[in-house]
Write a protein that binds this ligand. Structure first.
Ligand SMILES: Nc1nc2c(c(=O)[nH]1)N[C@H]1C(S)=C(S)[C@@H](COP(=O)(O)O)O[C@H]1N2
Ligand SMILES: [Mo]
Length: 414
């Protein structure tokens, strides 16, 4: 493991034991506050002020704590080396307000649909499950600010390394079915989504996001109740969340309870001024500058990572070492992943693995034979089906969004 990612081994076994003991028999509807938290372990994320504790929240294994109020938990990067699907108990957690729901009764939960519709609805979970054929899709959920801690110069916001992303199988029904049942009126422009969490400050604006009506009616936008074949974990939006494949996590409203069809653009705080990017092709400005015109953040850019080696790994000189990783984009699909073992001077095509769909992590691998002993600078770069790729040097914007620079791992051949 990387020095910078080492999990403190002290009490490791003990805390795993107590973490699982704490979770046994905990009903999904139990208040979060009533549950025990494991002994902290710690990590040092590879940037200044990167010391973090790992804590096991309900239904979660120990995850990296970015903030505890509201809970913002990052997935330790080693999880991405364990498989292409991110397990529910390792999936990252992000909230904007500390007033999160701690007990939700699936029997009384209702989804309200209103605004510019012919038939306002109040749907139970059972109503929803019977409304349409269930659909499933593997898709990456990534926070806009994933990797923000690496921004240079540093920017404010949650200081995450690369673990504010995950790849899961989402199951639910198309949002379109619910909108059709309600009957969208002429002149509808946008649809807004609100969840059950609240600000604990009297004037804190509720976390509400909006999509255009055209987007909301696209077949792949989903109201999901299951993640990797199980009920959504409470912290990932139980009992229902919006799944917006290819879009940043900010639109994937958790505990979604109110859908409103609007005949004018939604103007809430979390659409404007929050979650906006410079209105240009790179979504970037020169470091330190303030963007002129901004637009709402939208689709994921192309990213790729090495998952089975860290900056502290050693590889064997004169032998084949398999380098493995993941790549993803906004849904065109990854067409090529190229790998360099000489700091980006020369590149070779990696072999792509199983295709779980165009919104999913795509595995890649390549044999790497270091001819002699010494340091090697490994780089990986993905290209999608319309030729979009990753920049060789990091782009910058003041919110620390959309980092997708070509990643580097420095390894030692022995
Ligand atoms: N209700 C609600 N939904 C929300 C948020 C929130 O604060 N409240 N945060 C959003 C953001 S910014 C992200 S990145 C994702 C994170 O989803 P996760 O916590 O399941 O990983 O949830 C989104 N949905
Ligand atoms: Mo996010």
């Amino acid at each position: 493991m990387v020095a910078s990612h080492i999990i403190t081994r002290r009490r490791f076994l003990h805390s795993i034991a107590s973490a699982s003991a704490a979770l046994v028999g905990v009903p999904l509807t139990a208040p979060l506050s009533a549950m025990t938290v494991a002994q902290p372990q710690s990590v040092h994320l590879p940037f200044e002020n990167g010391y973090r504790e790992l804590v096991a929240y309900p239904q979660k294994r120990p995850l990296i704590v970015i903030t505890s109020r509201p809970p913002q938990l990052e997935t330790p990067f080693s999880v991405f080396n364990e498989g292409l699907i991110t397990p529910n108990d390792a999936f990252f957690v992000r909230y904007h307000w500390a007033g999160i729901p701690t007990s939700i009764d699936p029997a009384t939960f209702r989804l309200k649909v209103g605004g510019k519709v012919n038939r306002p609805l109040e749907l139970s979970l059972d109503d929803l499950k019977q409304l349409a054929d269930q659909v499933s899709l593997v898709a990456v959920l990534q926070c806009s600010g994933n990797s923000r801690g690496f921004f240079e110069p540093r920017v404010s916001g949650g200081q995450m390394a690369n673990g504010a992303m995950g790849n899961a199988l989402w199951t639910g029904i198309p949002l379109k079915k619910v909108l059709e049942k309600a009957g969208v009126q002429k002149g509808a422009m946008q649809v807004s989504f609100a969840g059950l969490d609240r600000s604990l400050f009297p004037n804190g604006p509720a976390f509400v996001k909006a999509l255009s009506i055209e987007h909301a009616l696209e077949r792949e936008v989903m109201l999901a109740w299951a993640m990797n074949g199980e009920d959504l974990p409470v912290l990932n939006g139980y009992p229902l969340r919006l799944v917006v494949p290819g879009y940043y996590g900010t639109y994937w409203i958790k505990h979604v309870s109110e859908i409103t069809v609007l005949d004018a653009p939604f103007k809430g705080f979390w659409m404007d001024p929050a979650y906006r990017i410079p209105d240009n092709a790179c979504a970037c400005v020169p470091a330190g500058e303030v963007p002129g015109k901004t637009i709402p953040i939208s689709k994921l850019n192309v990213r790729s990572f090495i998952v089975n080696l860290t900056d502290d790994s050693t590889v064997t000189a004169g032998k084949e070492n398999i380098v493995r990783g993941i790549a993803f984009d906004q849904g065109y699909g990854i067409s090529e992943v190229i790998f360099s073992s000489d700091g980006g001077h020369s590149w070779q095509a990696a072999k792509l693995g199983e295709d779980m769909g165009r919104y999913a992590f795509r595995e890649w691998s390549i044999p790497f034979v270091p001819t002699k002993k010494g340091q090697y600078q490994l780089k990986v770069r993905a290209i999608n089906r319309i030729g979009q790729t990753q920049p060789m040097t990091a782009l910058w914007n003041p919110s620390g969004y959309m980092r997708n620079v070509v990643e580097t791992k420095n390894v030692m051949a022995r």
